[in-house]
Design a protein around this ligand. Structure first.
Ligand code: NAP
Ligand code: MG
Length: 476
């Protein structure tokens, strides 16, 4: 497959100033398949400056209708290239091709949504007590730095870039070192669709070297980050110097709560993919399942039986549900968790090992009897591992759910409406779903409580996060 191998700056591809390159490894085989230019501090400085020029001279004051037309056109070109985007995503991170196609289509839909938002996202007129005329404006900020992870590289890039551009900002996008390809393709296709040069710059390169320069850069007014809580914390500290706006979408340890009155069989059949999809490398993974005791045994049996049937294999094949992990390092981290669980006496109901063959595969793993102080129970594993536990009392269960320092996502299964509402209110989490594990919607806010982050992606909430609010008062 051919793919871009350079930085995308000022509307075109070019090498990094240092000439450094990053080797890309196919997670399904463990073999290198190419190299991509790795940016550094000089490239950050150049890209941020030219993004600022593009914002000031072209994008900020473009008529809203024209900006919307360009973003619709980007969506159209992305749609025409779904298969190519999906193939590259699958190659670089081992994502099953059917998921990669869905996510490429999601990226296009996000551009459509925000193209449409341009003419609908507006200020207010306010009847201030002294009379006169008072109104608010939602104005662009300038240059936004978007720093994105490797687990959902294309859709996350789209859901940061599209609202930021729709709100009138220019963007410098830094993809994860493991997944630069679809970010570069996004920039290339967006420019082919008519996005003016400089409005979107894409800089692959090491976060450790480029991250601080990007966050600190005086032209950058807002940093939108998705990734680990550790790096999120670091970005927040750096951004505090200049009071830069931030939004952070970080880790999770999300609950899946199953009451005995629910259609628990359906829950048991659909829930394995709520934690094992993307090989568990999902900030929303429902990695702690709380099942009411009276249905615990049959629930576990059904969950394990569904898990055993999941198709683990070549991410390039249509039927594959679970691909490899993204890297040898990520798999080794997860295996440390499993070692700890075994040492502490947890039961492995299924999985726990590496399938035969090459690539960074790890079997979907169900753990029982995990202690409340064990690492697997408390920490985000970011791999195909779930802990299932029984509960007797709703209040005690909720206390344990909320004892997690995270609060990103979660599911509740019950047919009792009052219980569904009561528990939805009680769980400390930014996103919840009832009688389904589907919790991400382009039109609705997405983000976390507590260590899971600050601010919201998606919906009109993201538009708020990419604008400053100005109040203007006109005397009568
Ligand atoms: P990470 O270090 O937080 O990486 C996320 C993004 O931040 C990447 O683009 C990374 O670039 C960049 N970055 C790294 N250090 C930076 C810095 N000092 N300043 C600015 N940007 C920086 O995550 P990871 O190391 O790939 O994964 C570690 C753990 O994070 C995972 O095991 C998981 O628990 C969590 N995680 C969560 C999510 C999520 O969706 N919330 C996504 C990914 C990972 P490089 O790739 O060049 O380092
Ligand atoms: Mg890291």
């Amino acid at each position: 497959m051919t793919f871009p191998t350079q930085l995308f700056v000022d509307g075109g591809f070019r090498d990094s100033t240092s000439g450094n390159r990053t080797t890309l490894v196919n997670p399904a085989t463990g073999e290198p398949f190419g190299e991509v230019a790795a940016g550094g501090v000089e490239d950050v400085n150049g890209a941020a400056e030219s993004a600022f020029q593009a914002w000031e001279t072209v994008w900020r004051d473009m008529k809203p209708g024209k900006r919307a037309e360009i973003l619709y056109s980007v969506a159209r070109v992305l749609r025409e290239n779904i298969e190519m985007i999906a193939r590259l995503e699958s190659l670089q991170i081992g994502k099953p091709i059917s998921d990669a196609r869905d996510e490429a289509a999601l990226g296009a839909r996000v551009f459509e949504y925000y193209a449409g938002a341009i003419g609908k996202f507006c200020g207010q007129t306010i009847p201030v007590s002294g009379g006169g005329f008072d109104f608010t404006l939602r104005q662009s900020m300038g240059v936004v730095a978007a720093i994105v992870p490797w687990n959902f590289p294309f859709p996350i890039a789209c859901w940061k870039v599209a609202p930021a551009l729709a709100a009138g900002n220019a963007v410098v996008l830094k993809p994860a070192s493991l997944s630069p390809l679809t970010a570069l393709v996004l920039a290339e296709l967006a420019h082919r669709a008519g996005l003016p040069a400089g409005v979107l710059q894409v800089l692959p390169g090491p976060g450790s070297a480029m991250g601080d320069a990007l966050v600190r850069h005086p032209r950058v007014r807002k940093v939108s980050f998705t990734g680990s809580t550790e790096v999120g914390r670091h970005i927040m500290a750096l951004a505090s110097q200049d009071l830069k706006r931030i939004s952070l979408e970080l880790g999770g340890k999300s609950p899946n709560i199953v009451f005995a009155d629910a259609d628990w069989k359906r829950a048991a059949e659909s829930s394995p993919m709520s934690v094992f999809a993307n090989t568990g490398q999902d900030c929303c993974a429902r990695s702690r399942v709380f099942v009411e005791r009276s249905v615990f045994e049959p629930f576990v049996e059904a969950f394990v039986s569904t898990t055993r049937k999941l198709v683990v294999g070549d991410p390039g094949l249509d039927e594959t549900q679970i691909g490899p992990m993204v890297s040898a390092g990520q798999r080794a981290t997860v295996e440390e968790f499993l070692k700890d669980a075994r040492a502490r006496g947890s039961r492995v109901a299924c999985g726990g090992g590496r399938p035969d063959g090459k690539g960074f595969y790890l079997e979907p793993t169900v753990l029982l009897d995990v202690g409340r102080d064990d690492r697997c129970w408390r920490e985000e594993i970011f791999g195909p591992v779930v802990c299932i536990t029984a509960f007797d009392d709703e209040r005690e269960m909720l206390r344990e759910v909320n004892a997690s320092p995270y609060g990103l996502s979660g599911s509740i299964w019950t047919n009792d409406l009052r219980r569904a509402l009561r528990v939805s209110r009680a769980v400390e989490s930014g996103v919840l779903s009832v009688n389904t594990n589907s919790s991400l919607h382009v039109e609705a806010p997405f983000g976390g409580f507590k260590l899971s982050g600050i601010g919201r992606d998606l919906g009109m909430h993201a538009m708020e996060g990419y604008t400053e609010l100005k109040n203007v008062y006109v005397a009568e």
